[in-house]
Design a binder for this molecule. Structure first.
Ligand SMILES: [Zn+2]
Length: 578
């Protein structure tokens, strides 16, 4: 392929709305162009990379016997009402109507359709297990689409679904997908970690995230440097500190003027912050988004509430809860903004962090302006309606598996796998017949790879100040032949020879034969990140060219034959060999 005939419009500067380096490089290297907020067109080089990531995913799905199909992008709202997710999914679900005002959904994920497929197509245990996948554009009406392909409204995802007759079968399918995902992300050249994750709006009993480690990732990960425990912050369990053993003191109301924060009151009363109780007030909503309940959450003063653990404890979707207006709820519940405590609070659900159980002589709000109570004891003075771990696992807190202080890091979620169990087969009444003719529920798993997000994750992990450094496996082309003077007949002939011999070996080559200064050609080659550059210049008349890998700084002079062989060997090792 001749660069002079290709469309490639690289940019010196990235637009200012692109804050992440990966997003900037996607645009500067002319891989994508924004069409609307969070909606992108893929330009020739960007589409080639995307197709290669897709192909790796496809090969690894095929290898575990998962079959490719293609589902429609729009699916009937009735299916989503049947599963309950029409209500539970929230405003990210892209709802549309046809001319007859019938509801449809632009797929964000396809559990309903795939469950319905089993309901229509499969009836006997003899047909189990089986699994399907498809690679398709997906849609999420993000409130704030940003960071390029990391949080876009239209994106490509591979999703697969496994169907088994029991838990053991589901676990086996889950492990096969897990291993396929390890191969996919290794082949894409990513440095990733597998972490325990929350099931979120997909639901089910267990889930793992495949996280490409990156400072710019949106997933917060807690991990243990000793035992290897790794989990999203939402999911990570906390170890409760044992309560102090002390004589119970009586509850005493104390005057604490103007002390609205935990720090204020602890300073004022000269108390360690772990002897205080923090209160947070929320309001929840029902399916019609009318206010349902007030919720008071209590954690130790030095802890933070983890919203995911809270909505899981309340068994409601994430978007059905928000901070309450304490003035509005004061007359109903008795709370007083900044001075709310568990004693005497009424007409609300009290969620108490498990660490507060059996604590004594704590300081809490008195539900009275400018007053707190001391001597507050769990069990004697208050109890929780729900008692559960609702706190965040902070850096330095003990690992739930081995006790070593945990560390935090960030990652880009490029894949996630879920054990769904019977969640969807139950809500959508989907059965197969067993040996005795009994109706049995399917045990399902679902598995996603963010294809377009993976493209950006690779760039976030693999670039330098000059541009992208593609791994051979997904590079838009493997080799760029830079011709210093395309008008020189010898240089042109050698470039053609290299191109022809490499293409015979299925190595993908672009020849930069543009009438541009060498500096411009080198800059573009570095920016678009082609793994191998072979420069054909003055020494071409002696059969000598320059050979350089994008990921290394040195270049070497080689004969034309040596350069061709080196490129073939690299291709065999890093593309063909995997
Ligand atoms: Zn550990």
């Amino acid at each position: 392929m001749r660069l002079s005939k290709m469309h490639l419009k690289t940019l010196r500067e990235a637009p200012k709305e692109a804050v992440l380096e990966g997003h900037q490089l996607l645009i500067r290297a002319n891989l994508i162009k924004q069409y609307a907020a969070g909606v992108y067109m893929f330009m020739p080089m960007g589409w080639r990379v995307t197709r290669k990531v897709e192909q790796i995913v496809r090969e690894e799905m095929d290898r575990i016997g998962c079959q490719e199909i293609h589902m429609p992008h729009i699916n009937p709202g009735e299916l989503w009402k049947e599963s309950g997710r029409w209500y539970a999914y929230g405003p990210e679900l892209w709802r549309i109507q046809d001319r007859n005002e019938r509801d449809f959904v632009l797929n964000p994920t396809c559990e309903e359709m795939f469950t319905d497929l089993a309901r229509q197509e499969v009836s006997s245990y003899r047909e189990l297990p089986f699994s399907f996948y498809h690679i398709q554009f997906k849609y999420r009406d993000e409130a704030r689409p940003r960071y390029g392909l990391m949080r876009s409204r239209e994106f490509i995802m591979k999703d697969s679904y496994s169907y088994d007759r029991d838990v053991e079968g589901m676990n086996k399918s889950y492990m096969e997908e897990w291993e396929a995902y390890e191969r996919i992300f290794t082949r894409c050249g990513l440095d990733y970690r597998v972490i325990e994750a929350d099931n979120g709006p997909i639901g089910g009993s267990a889930s793992h995230e495949f996280c490409a480690l990156s400072d710019v990732g949106e997933s917060e990960v807690a991990y243990c440097p000793d035992c290897g425990m790794a989990a999203t912050i939402e999911r990570a369990e906390c170890v409760d500190e044992a309560p102090a053993v002390e004589e119970m003191e009586p509850v005493t109301e104390v005057f604490t003027p103007g002390t609205k924060t935990i720090e204020d009151v602890c300073n004022y009363l000269d108390l360690p912050v772990e002897k205080s109780i923090k209160a947070l007030m929320f309001v929840t909503y029902d399916n019609d988004l009318n206010p349902a309940d007030y919720v008071a959450v209590f954690v130790r003063g030095d802890r933070q509430v983890n919203m995911i653990k809270l909505v899981n404890a309340l068994n409601i979707p994430e978007h059905y809860i928000e901070f309450a207006d304490e003035e509005e709820m004061g007359p109903v519940t008795g709370c007083v903004g900044g001075f709310t405590g568990p004693i005497g609070l009424k007409n609300c659900i009290k969620v108490v962090d498990s660490e507060l159980v059996d604590t004594v002589n704590m300081c809490a709000g008195a539900n009275k302006e400018d007053h707190h109570c001391t001597g507050v004891c769990y069990g004697r003075d208050y109890v929780g309606d729900i008692v559960v771990d609702v706190k965040r696992l902070e850096e330095g807190m003990p690992c739930p598996k081995c006790g070593t202080p945990v560390k935090h890091t960030r990652g880009i979620e490029v894949g996630q796998i879920f054990k769904l169990g019977t969640k969807y087969s139950e809500s959508m009444k989907t059965y197969f017949k067993d040996e005795n003719g009994n109706d049995c529920l399917y045990y399902m798993g679902c598995y996603g790879v963010g294809v377009t997000r993976t493209v950006q994750a690779i760039i976030e992990q693999s670039h330098d100040e000059k541009g992208i450094i593609w791994p051979m496996s997904v590079a838009p082309y493997h080799v760029i032949v830079t011709v210093i003077n395309p008008a020189d007949e010898t240089q042109a002939a050698i470039a053609s020879q290299i191109e022809a011999e490499l293409e015979k070996h299925r190595v993908e080559v672009i020849v930069d034969d543009r009438d541009e200064r060498p500096g411009v050609k080198f800059n573009d080659a570095d920016l678009i990140g082609i793994p191998v550059r072979i420069t054909v210049g003055k020494k071409a008349k002696d059969g000598i060219v320059e050979y350089k890998l994008r990921r290394e700084s040195e270049m070497a002079e080689k004969t034309v034959e040596e350069a061709i062989q080196a490129a073939k060997d690299l291709f065999d090792a890093e593309v063909f060999g995997m």
